[in-house]
Write a protein that binds this ligand. Structure first.
Ligand SMILES: [Zn+2]
Ligand SMILES: [Zn+2]
Length: 257
């Protein structure tokens, strides 16, 4: 009996480890974060976001619902919902999941994704979830693939199929330290739709972990629409970057005057 109880407790601790996933303090009960970290998380989750690019709009939202970024760039996707901005403490949860061997956090992150998705006005249109693809070389060299993992689990929970519709034509180009224009050029032609996919008129929801400039998701939406998709939306864990930092210099200056 003791053995069974111990076994159940160790299973429980695998799902709900006894420390806060953000700050590491000891916890009691079935939860992922301490009270203080949860309060900060709740504040982040409640922050408004641009319905098109999911950035935090600040005071610059236009009456038609476009943020400064969307007024200076025209994206190929039709909308984006995020769980939270890519800031602490949510940033820690995402990093722990991706790189910290905390794969059990998929339950929590998919709960958050489902709650974000329920807020999307296009929720009922979606016919398939499509993960941002991983290059075959990265798959072959092993390692944890966070985006396909959460997409698969999300699809099971929501009851909409997930389809590995896209292929990368080259190894993920490095985007760090590049300007917006360089990022856009860097991902051009990086994706193709698998032959025989048959997505004419389809409404697709692309799933990703962290959206930074939006260049990758934009290239994917362009690729899917060229292959026949009618509408492409994005569901992301986190949106990085400040709107002002992403704008072309002239727009940036005029926004402040
Ligand atoms: Zn904590
Ligand atoms: Zn926007």
């Amino acid at each position: 009996m003791n053995f069974i109880r111990r076994f159940i407790r160790s299973l429980d601790e695998m799902i709900f480890p006894p420390v806060c996933e953000v700050c590491g303090i000891a916890l009691t009960g079935r939860r992922y974060t301490c009270e203080a970290c949860q309060q900060e998380l709740d504040l982040l989750l409640a922050q408004p976001a641009c319905p098109t690019c999911a950035s935090s709009p600040g005071p610059y939202m236009s009456p038609d619902g476009r943020c400064l970024i969307c007024r200076s760039r025209r994206f190929h996707f039709d909308g984006t919902v995020r769980v939270a901005p890519y800031m602490q403490p949510f940033e820690s949860l995402v990093l722990q999941f991706k790189f910290g061997r905390r794969e059990y956090l998929d339950r929590l992150l998919v709960d958050y994704l489902m709650a974000a998705l329920d807020q999307a006005p296009w929720r009922s249109e979606i016919e398939a979830f499509v993960p941002v693809p991983t290059h075959w070389f990265r798959k072959a060299t092993g390692g944890f693939l966070p985006v396909p993992v959460i997409t698969k689990y999300l699809a099971q929970r929501v009851g909409i199929p997930d389809i590995l519709l896209l292929q990368r034509t080259r190894l993920d180009p490095h985007q760090i330290g590049l300007s917006i224009t360089q990022r856009i050029n860097n991902v051009k032609g990086s994706f193709r739709v698998r032959p025989g996919a048959g997505i004419d008129g389809a409404c697709i929801c692309v799933v990703d972990d962290v959206m930074t400039s939006g260049a990758t998701l934009d290239e994917i939406a362009k690729t899917l629409k060229r292959a026949g998709a009618a509408r492409v939306y994005n569901l992301i864990l986190a949106r990085a970057g400040q709107p002002e930092a992403e704008l072309p210099l002239r727009e940036n200056v005029s926004a402040k005057t």
